[in-house]
Design a protein around this ligand. Structure first.
Ligand code: 13P
Length: 251
C-alpha cells in the first residue's frame, strides 16, 4: 500500500480581495506549523501572486480554481496553463460543481483540462466530482460519480492518473451546513478508488489522494477523515477563517 500524505486544501471560491488575502496570509502563517498534512489555498486568479509571495519559504501551497485547455486565443475572461505556470501555482481545481452548474463545465472540458495540466506541467489537478440531491435521493450517486471519473480520466496514462487529487463533493453538502456522514463520505471515496482501480490498477489507485468536500469544519474533520479511503478535505467556507482552517489541518 502506498503511503498517502493527507491533504487539506482550502477553496476560497469568489471571496477575498487582495487586501483581505494578505491579512489572511499573515494571520494564517502566525498559526501555521508544519504537520504531517499537506496544505494549500486555492484562491481567485488576482490573489495568486499575493499568496505565492506571502507563503514563500513555507510548506503552504497555492492553487488556482480553473484553467483553460488552450495555451492562448480569443477566449475572453479565461486564463491559460502557461499563465498559471508563470505564477508558479502548485494546484488547479478542475470541474468544481459550481463551474459545472453555472459555467458550462462538462466532463469533456474537464477531461481536456486534466490532459493539458498533466501533459504540460508539474501542477497537481484537484478534480471535483459529486452528485446532486435529486441524484442522491434517487439512489444514483454511485452511477453518477463513477461516470464522472470514467469520463474525466479518459485518455490519461496510469502515471498521470496517479497524480490527480480527486475531491468527492456531494453538491447537497456544499455550503449547506449539511455534511455527509463519515459513512457516506467513506463509502463514496472507496467507490472512487475502486473505480480508478478498475480503470487502471491497484498501484495507481493506491496513490491517488481522495478528499471529501462539503461543510467540513474543525468539529467534524477528524470523523470524516477516519475512513482509510478519505485522505483529506477540500474546504470552502471554513478556509476563509485562519483559526478554522488551521483547526481542520490539526484534525
Ligand atoms: P463548503 O466547505 O463551504 O461547504 O464548500 C465546499 C466546497 O465546495 C469546496 O470546494
Amino acid at each position: 500500500m502506498a503511503m498517502r500524505i493527507p491533504f487539506i486544501a482550502g477553496n476560497w471560491k469568489m471571496f477575498k480581495t487582495k487586501a483581505e488575502a494578505k491579512a489572511f496570509a499573515e494571520e494564517f502563517k502566525a498559526l501555521y506549523h508544519d504537520t504531517d498534512v499537506k496544505t494549500a489555498i486555492c484562491a481567485p486568479f488576482t490573489q495568486l501572486d499575493t499568496l505565492k509571495e506571502a507563503f514563500a519559504g513555507t510548506s503552504i501551497g497555492v492553487g488556482a480554481q480553473n484553467v483553460h485547455f488552450e495555451d492562448e486565443g480569443a477566449f475572453t475572461g479565461e486564463v491559460s496553463l502557461p499563465m498559471l505556470k508563470e505564477v508558479g501555482v502548485d494546484y488547479i481545481v478542475i470541474g468544481h460543481s459550481e463551474r459545472r452548474q453555472y459555467f458550462n463545465e462538462t466532463d469533456e472540458t474537464v477531461n481536456l483540462k486534466l490532459k493539458k495540466i498533466l501533459g504540460e506541467s508539474d501542477i497537481i489537478p484537484i478534480l471535483c466530482v459529486g452528485e446532486n440531491l435529486d441524484q442522491r435521493e434517487a439512489g444514483k450517486e454511485a452511477e453518477i460519480v463513477e461516470g464522472q471519473i470514467e469520463a474525466d480520466f479518459a485518455g490519461l496514462t496510469a502515471e498521470q492518473a496517479a497524480k490527480v487529487v480527486v475531491a468527492y463533493e456531494p453538491i447537497w453538502a456544499i455550503g449547506t451546513g449539511k455534511t455527509a456522514t463519515p459513512e457516506q463520505a467513506g463509502e463514496m471515496c472507496t467507490l472512487i478508488r475502486q473505480k480508478i482501480q478498475a480503470l487502471y490498477d491497484e498501484d495507481t489507485c493506491d496513490q491517488v489522494i481522495i478528499q471529501y468536500g462539503g461543510s467540513v469544519k474543525p468539529e467534524n474533520a477528524s470523523d470524516i477523515m477516519a475512513n482509510g479511503d478519505v485522505d483529506g478535505a477540500l474546504v470552502g467556507g471554513a478556509s476563509l477563517v485562519p483559526e478554522k482552517f488551521m483547526g481542520i489541518i490539526n484534525f
